[in-house]
Design a protein. Structure first.
Lengths: 484, 247
């Protein structure tokens, strides 16, 4: 996908004016956030589970080479065909080659964020294939020619009414008014595609090393049809998705679905191990797994490695005060919200990520809800440090920081400067003690600045200790305070 | 018990009265309070804006000034959190100051945390007729678990009724330089906070961090709302009267 993260600020400003978006996102704020809060109450040791999940993920990532080889061995033993792709171009080429080799014309897809990373759909379409997204959210945005704005709810930015308009226009059927009717209509439109597709493409939530199994977590059933109906199946997955055992998957699932949608468990868990066996009636004849690096090994060896623990639940964005107000599109690439502000610079380069590492208040709501304890604010801080080191922040900003350090290091300079600022502030604040406009900052766009009152703490405190002030009643209790 | 008061740069400049309120509370609880005269900034702005070097030199300065104090008390969750939870990482390249950084991290407290959990104060001097609502500032809440402490102390203020707002733990949108870089997003986030504050019906919103205070007060005033915005120290110390000056 094209990276538009450099336009974050302007794109976000536009979204702030979008009342439809605000309405659409209120569902996310209310349902996903409160749903998760209720769901984790079912677990009496949620914090211990988070810590255990962190350890499972770290252990696997530390031994990633071992578990990938184990996964490959077991997958091959079950008849899967393994492919390794270093980057997005290789992913696209490999998948198109597989399609051509098997005479594929129509492809159905279950959700794959990796497909978004490499622009797989467009590439396959250019190669002569028809590609049909089957996840309802992905289907909506494919019809609307948009990109996903959330990693598990790709069309969360659209209201029900907007979807009704879209379906009416695209399906040429009478307008539907409730979600159940719209869903039924989408199923009716999609069903023939499921039955006539030559190839299915899915992602993977996890890869199970001990069995060579790929698994997906879904709610709609489209994923299961995608993995079982067409004669060829291709799994496109990041190499970091591997877990050692089925038991690890079962454990982490308890955190994943609760963190994601507030469900104790999703409607479907689809485990696929190799193609259809000789005595089996369901499943593809050909089963391919494309293992994708696209920057993962580089991140593994970097200070951002903790981001690779991510199990793609979306809780960080659901709880992010910034995401809640602008949605996912302004982040400008595949992964929005706090994890996107880390993964985007990690995968496409800090120089292409614009303001993303700064587009957060560091409130750490993301950090405390993350089921695998990714310290997202710390990682954003590291990226901010790299931006300053590499001079990717504006000169004015870097100079202001340097000036602040210079002054704050020198109390003999700091004191007088703050006294001047306090007096200037009082003058600017006027009788209401509010500054209405401060040049060169975004502060007064929507807020007043409460003004300083004319004197600093330091000078008021020092004044207490001058001889003239000593007799005052207001002197510190029993005269115990002292200056050093 | 000797306590060093770290006033913070924002209180020094914007609201000296909060510093004096903290002083009054500590002294009323029997502490011998020192206010090191050369203190300036804990380094948080640089740390959060990617200026690691600037943050490091200011952190080292603070260590020189405050090492040796029995306790360091800070009337700000984010500055206390900076010293308590981030200095070790920030100064990890300097083995020479590691023991100092460890020491100071263990001895630094946010004001209400210190009053409630260390001093275990029973009475507070404050009086307040009416209702307040409490906003949990992010750093204090999530870095230092400051949540019950201010409420326990406010419950001892004669006449004060606490009316919780609907999402007291939601960020107000300040985020340090975020509020300056992304003024529009920050304002929108703050609007939801202001809605919740106003809906609580409280006469004042009380909180423990000056950044959030300036943000929330600035937005409430721009919206024309009259809800007062007070630092928890002002209320606890009985210095919430608009006329009360710190001097």
């Amino acid at each position: 996908m094209q990276v538009r993260s450099a336009e974050f600020k302007a794109a976000a400003a536009q979204k702030l004016d979008d009342r439809q978006l605000y309405r659409a996102l209120s569902g996310l704020r209310n349902r996903m956030v409160s749903g998760r809060a209720v769901a984790i109450q079912e677990l009496d040791n949620f914090e211990e589970m988070r810590e255990a999940a962190r350890q499972v993920r770290d252990f696997t990532l530390t031994n990633l080479d071992y578990f990938l080889e184990l996964f490959e061995r077991n997958a091959l033993a079950r008849g899967a065909q393994m492919h390794w792709a270093e980057n997005g171009q290789e992913v696209n080429r490999l998948v198109l080659d597989i399609a051509r080799r098997h005479g594929v014309r129509k492809i159905i897809k279950s959700k794959s964020m990796l497909g978004e990373e490499s622009g797989l759909n467009q590439f396959l379409e250019a190669g002569g294939c028809e590609v049909r997204e089957t996840d309802l959210g992905e289907y909506i945005i494919q019809e609307a020619r948009e990109t996903p704005s959330h990693i598990i709810a790709p069309a969360v930015h659209r209201t029900k009414e907007q979807v009704a308009d879209l379906f009416e226009a695209r399906h040429g059927r009478p307008r539907k008014h409730d979600i159940a009717e719209m869903t039924r209509e989408a199923r009716e439109v999609l069903r023939p595609h499921f039955l006539t597709a030559d190839m299915g493409i899915s992602g993977a939530n996890f890869l199970v090393a001990e069995t060579g199994t790929t698994m997906i977590v879904t709610n709609e059933g489209n994923g299961r049809m995608t993995t079982t109906l067409p004669r060829v199946h291709v799994v496109v997955t990041g190499i970091e998705k591997v877990l050692p055992t089925l038991e690890d998957v079962a454990f982490i699932l308890r955190l994943l679905t609760r963190s994601a949608t507030g469900q104790s468990i999703s409607n479907y868990l689809t485990y696929t191990t190799g193609p259809k066996g000789v005595d089996e009636v369901e499943g593809p004849d050909q089963f391919h797994i494309v293992m994708v690096d696209s920057g993962r090994t580089r991140v593994l060896g970097s200070p951002l490695r903790e981001a690779l623990r991510c199990i793609r639940c979306g809780a960080c964005m659901n709880h992010c005060p910034v995401y809640q107000n602008i949605g996912g599109h302004p982040y400008g690439w595949v992964y929005p919200g706090p994890i996107g502000s880390v993964l985007t610079p990690a995968y496409v380069g800090l120089e292409n990520a614009g303001d993303l590492p700064n587009a957060a208040t560091l409130c750490n709501q993301c950090g405390v809800v993350c089921p695998v304890k990714i310290p997202l604010p710390d990682l954003m801080r590291k990226l901010r440090e790299q931006q300053v080191e590499r001079k990717l922040r504006p000169l004015s900003e870097r100079a202001a920081l340097k000036l602040w350090t210079f002054v704050a290091l020198r109390p003999a300079l700091y004191g007088p400067m703050m006294r001047i600022a306090a007096r200037l502030g009082r003058w600017l604040g006027g009788s209401r003690a509010l500054i209405r406009w401060l040049p060169g900052t975004g502060w007064t766009v929507g807020r007043d600045m409460p003004a300083p009152r004319g004197k600093t703490f330091r000078e008021l405190y020092a004044a207490r200790w001058r001889p003239a002030a000593k007799s005052r009643d207001a002197a510190p209790v029993q005269g115990k305070g002292r200056l050093r | 018990m000797q306590v060093a008061l770290f006033v913070t740069c924002l209180i020094d400049l914007f609201r000296p009265r909060i510093g004096f309120a903290a002083l009054k509370l500590l002294e009323a609880a029997g502490c011998e309070v020192v206010v090191p005269a050369t203190q300036t900034c804990c380094g948080q702005p640089g740390y959060n804006s990617g200026d690691r070097h600037g943050a490091q030199v200011l952190a080292r300065k603070l260590l020189r000034e405050l090492d040796g104090c029995e306790y360091v008390v800070v009337p700000s969750g984010s500055c206390a959190g900076m010293i308590r939870t981030h200095y070790r990482e920030l100064l990890s390249e300097f083995p020479d100051v590691r023991p100092q950084a460890e020491r100071i991290a263990a001895r630094t407290y946010e004001l209400t945390d210190f009053l409630h959990n260390v001093l275990k104060v029973g009475d507070v001097p404050g009086l307040w007729q009416g209702s307040v609502t409490y906003h949990d500032c992010c750093s204090g809440l999530r870095e230092l678990a400051v949540k019950a402490q201010p409420r326990a102390l406010l419950a001892r203020v004669a006449g004060l009724e606490l009316r919780e707002m609907s999402a007291p733990e939601q960020c107000c949108g300040f985020g340090g330089t975020f509020a300056v870089k992304f003024g529009d997003i920050s304002t929108r986030i703050c609007d939801q906070k202001c809605d919740d504050i106003v809906a609580s019906g409280a006469a004042a919103v009380v909180l423990g961090d000056l950044g959030c205070m300036l943000n929330i007060e600035g937005r409430l005033r721009r919206r024309g709302a009259q809800t007062r915005v007070l630092h928890v120290a002002e209320v606890l110390a009985g210095m919430a009267d608009p006329e009360a000056d710190g001097a």
